[in-house]
Design a protein around this ligand. Sequence first.
Ligand SMILES: Cc1cc2nc3c(=O)[nH]c(=O)nc-3n(C[C@H](O)[C@H](O)[C@H](O)COP(=O)(O)O)c2cc1C
Length: 190
Amino acid sequence: MYRDVQRDLEPPGGIHPLLAGRFSPYKFDPSAAIDDHSLGLLLEAARWAPSAGNSQPWGFFASRPGERGHERVVRHLAPSSARWATDAGLLVVTLARRYVGDTQLLYSEFADYDLGQAVAHLTVQAQAMGLAAHQFRAFDLEGLTEELRPNPGWAIVSMIALGKAAGEPPASRDRRSIADLGSAPWSMSE
Ligand SMILES: Cc1cc2nc3c(=O)[nH]c(=O)nc-3n(C[C@H](O)[C@H](O)[C@H](O)COP(=O)(O)O)c2cc1C
């Protein structure tokens, strides 16, 4: 499928520096710990995100190196993410509440959408605190679900590694053009 992609050295000026400066690092400083206060602020940022009907269908399992929860999560990382995520000062497992208990009744049709927005808020808060976030899906979803055993209706969706970035942003970044954002959903242009 044709996609109109631009390759930029960095995001163009004009957007907020917190958004322009964000990137998903492949290297974290293993000596940079995240203290309780910082962890609280990150979760606070997620907590204040908007959600459909204020349903707040999100949940988080946060753990730091040295904590027992961290070992329980790290053992389910894929080799590709284990290379960098284990050095991060914080690992967060994200969960969405999709169903009411063990029924097929939707708790919210926007559960995953709202979780994504809460995570976006968390990542911007992290950036404001001099921390970087790398969201990822490279882990054994079944194994981690078995390990953490979320309540019925809840599903693990993704993970986030957070900490001090140890590497530089990639030399160039690919993004679809603004024109493509408007035209891609339709097959014919007027
Ligand atoms: C839901 C989600 C899943 C992702 N899964 C992975 C992953 O498994 N491995 C990985 O290296 N990066 C993963 N990423 C990071 C993206 O590859 C990254 O955000 C994208 O390439 C844009 O780069 P940037 O965040 O540095 O701008 C994921 C991001 C999101 C939001």
